[in-house]
Design a protein around this ligand. Structure first.
Ligand SMILES: [Ca+2]
Ligand SMILES: [Ca+2]
Ligand SMILES: [Ca+2]
Length: 227
């Protein structure tokens, strides 16, 4: 059961406070320039209410967006995602380049598969992945396009995506939000260039399959590493 253990780790970290968390495990986000939307504004527009910050997390009073760890040897990170069915919706596009949102199958290598045009705010689709995979964007360039994935090593060691897990008032996981940075060199690191809401609200037909099946795929894969 990957997901409950993931939730448990998050819960433990929350109750223990930042003393347990290593700040280096969370990629630094810079405030956007030029009046671009912040994470709080994008979350508010997509989910309603007014999200305000609490440390690196956000809440609108009924939904908590808890930042996922970006790196680290022991805890889950947001780099590799588990098989499952995901509903993805574009909720923000504050980048200067045309981009597509999609995924790359497997834990390394592979090719970009497009799901949505990042400019189409509000557009959504459903995708079912059978194995571990990485979320990704493809950014138009003057000469060539660049693909950046949720796995730092695919981007020559740079983290190009930060993310949050969404919890409802009952502390149940209801989804995730991905925030991509679209520039690797001379980046402003505002991580608002492509924003995607991953929802686990099942369609009426899918509900019969059981929410747990959908939930099971939602967590990040726990990566075990030997010291
Ligand atoms: Ca990350
Ligand atoms: Ca931006
Ligand atoms: Ca940026």
């Amino acid at each position: 059961m990957k997901n409950p253990s993931n939730a448990l780790v998050v819960g433990l970290l929350m109750s223990a406070g930042v003393a347990v968390a290593d700040n280096d495990d969370y990629t630094r986000i810079h405030s956007p320039n030029n009046g671009e939307y912040t994470h709080a504004q994008i979350l508010s527009n997509a989910l309603g209410g007014t999200f305000s910050a609490s440390g690196r997390d956000f809440s609108n009073g009924s939904i908590n967006a808890i930042r996922n760890r970006d790196s680290g040897y022991i805890h889950n990170t947001d780099q590799i995602w588990s098989a499952g069915t995901y509903n993805a919706k574009i909720i923000g596009n504050q980048g200067s380049n045309d981009a597509e949102f999609g995924y790359v199958n497997g834990t390394h290598g592979g090719h970009f598969r497009s799901l949505l045009d990042a400019e189409e705010i509000g557009s959504s689709t459903s995708t079912t992945r059978d194995d571990d995979f990485r979320w990704a964007i493809k950014v138009d360039g003057f000469i060539w396009d660049s693909v950046y994935t949720s796995r730092d090593h695919d981007n020559y060691g740079k983290d190009m995506m930060v993310s949050y897990t969404l919890y409802n008032a009952s502390n149940a996981i209801i989804g995730s939000v991905l925030f991509f940075e679209d520039k690797k060199h001379f980046s402003d690191k505002d991580f608002n260039d492509v924003a995607v809401l991953l929802s686990i609200v099942p369609a009426p037909q899918a509900a019969a399959m059981g929410g747990l099946t959908l939930l099971a795929g939602f967590g990040m894969t726990r990566r075990r590493r030997l010291a």
